[in-house]
Design a protein around this ligand. Structure first.
Ligand code: EPZ
Length: 419
């Protein structure tokens, strides 16, 4: 693989940022949004709630390309997020905090689990209760009421949760008084959301740390905000370079938000250099074995686990990968084994014995990151690999066949894109 790939806006920043439009009756414009199924799903949910949104297509905005969407939530009257929309994408649950904070009411279908685990939302609900919302659960719907508005509070998360931190932080921006969130998630996507809220008139401090202090405001204003680059998309394509012994420049990304992925890529024998417009990844020597344990940012991202597993299957030696965030995030293992990988699973730890090469096979995508790990293995395999159920990939990887194809990959869809 040789060439250049532009990194798109981060899916996991864009989704809560879109929900943040519900916090204000002024216009909000987001740019550098990726063209992804999940973004469309969130847009459909917001329209269902009564948000008027206009898609300005792609446009150059302070050096970013990508979708520009303008949101106007001044006319929102419907505060119910229905099962048929929420069950499509569990991240929809982040409309809960903004709706109850500004409109005093929200009814959101319980998202249900997904392939990688039961994915409860108890921490989201505990945080909103701390802020004064009355929470009830009926017929599979969470109902949150705060007719007199929310009140600032001290929130202590027992475990780090990205979504619960996002719901609590957004709700707290309109609560009366000050809220302190302890053991908050501090992923770059959380910082991006906090910075965007501050441009809308919120007063959030402690971003990038585990303790957020939010001084509530009576209302928030408008903003024009560009979504940060997607560090997981970047890490994925960096591995495409390394697993094929190639040389790829990723534009629009910088080292600072790559977290532990950066160190682990270096430790695996991937060479990384800065360029005018981004970072260059290549590999000349052997892939080196690694021991990796997933953990909340800034430690190793669970969303990079499957991709690193594909790389480590070809390492010179034995590696260990421990998944500490989700209960069932090894579904790529049996599929990689169909391609010749040698992996033992013991509880939440995999032992990966390096092999010389993957063999082509017909495999099945199961969840977003597992699917893309199969693409990475297929790029390095001899022969032609067929991956089924690639709609999982379209949820998180914009134009993957064009981006990889531009670097020499022979990749195409057997059937039309799922509408
Ligand atoms: C976000 O999910 C991301 N999704 C996930 O990315 C990512 O894997 C995850 O954070 C961890 O980094 C989006 O941002 C849209 P959590 P989220 O709450 O917020 C448990 C991808 O591939 N938990 O940090 O749902 C939970 O079960 C996706 O892009 C509770 O127990 O993750 C998990 O074990 C996959 N109760 C752990 O915490 C709660 O109320 C971390 O989950 C909430 C979470």
């Amino acid at each position: 693989m040789h060439g250049t790939i532009p990194v798109g806006g981060a899916k996991n920043a864009a989704l809560p940022l879109m929900a943040a439009c519900l916090l204000t009756d002024k216009k909000m414009t987001l740019s550098n949004l990726p063209h992804l199924m999940d973004i469309t799903t969130m847009a459909n949910l917001l329209v269902h709630l009564g948000v008027r949104l206009s898609l300005d297509g792609c446009s150059e905005f302070d050096g970013h390309t990508g979708r520009v969407i303008e949101f106007d939530a001044s006319g929102v009257t419907n505060t119910t997020a229905p099962y048929e929309l929420v069950s499509k994408m569990r991240a929809s649950v982040v409309v809960l905090g903004p709706l109850v904070a500004r409109l005093g009411h929200a009814k959101v279908s319980l998202p249900g689990g997904c392939a990688i685990g039961p994915r409860p939302i108890n921490l989201h609900l505990q945080a909103l209760e701390k802020l004064g919302a009355q929470i009830t659960l009926e017929h599979g719907y969470i109902e949150a009421k705060a007719p007199k508005g929310l009140k600032g509070a001290e929130i202590h998360f027992p475990i780090v949760s990205v979504g619960a931190t996002e719901n609590a932080m957004m709700a707290a921006t309109l609560a009366e008084g000050t809220t302190v969130i302890h053991n908050a998630a501090c992923e770059p996507e959380i910082t991006d959301l906090g910075q965007c809220l501050n441009t809308m008139g919120a007063e959030i401090s402690g971003l990038d740390t585990r303790t957020l202090v939010i001084k509530g405001k009576p209302s928030l204003g408008s903003t024009n905000y560009a979504v940060i680059a997607d560090r997981i998309e970047a890490g994925t394509y960096a591995i495409a370079a390394s697993i094929t012994g190639g040389d790829i420049e990723l534009t629009g990304i910088n080292e600072s938000i790559m977290g532990a992925t950066f160190e682990k890529l270096l430790a695996s024998g991937t060479e990384i250099s800065k360029t005018e417009t981004g970072l260059r990844f290549r590999r000349k020597g052997d892939i080196l074995p690694l021991d990796i344990e997933t953990a909340p940012y800034p430690l190793f991202a669970t969303d990079m686990q499957a991709q690193f597993m594909a790389l480590l299957c070809l390492a010179k030696g034995t590696s260990h990968l421990t998944e500490t965030i989700f209960e069932n995030r090894f579904m790529h293992v049996p599929e990689l084994m169909r391609m010749g990988a040698k992996i033992d699973v013991e509880g939440n730890t995999c032992t990966i014995y390096g092999i010389k090469a993957f063999k082509d096979a017909e495999v099945m995508a199961t969840d977003l990151r597992a699917s893309v790990s199969l693409v990475l293995a297929a790029l390095a395999a001899k022969g032609e690999t067929t991956i089924n159920r690639v709609y999982h990939i379209d949820r998180g990887y914009e134009s993957i066949e064009e981006k990889l194809g531009a670097c020499g990959a022979k990749i195409g869809r057997v059937r039309a894109l799922a509408t």
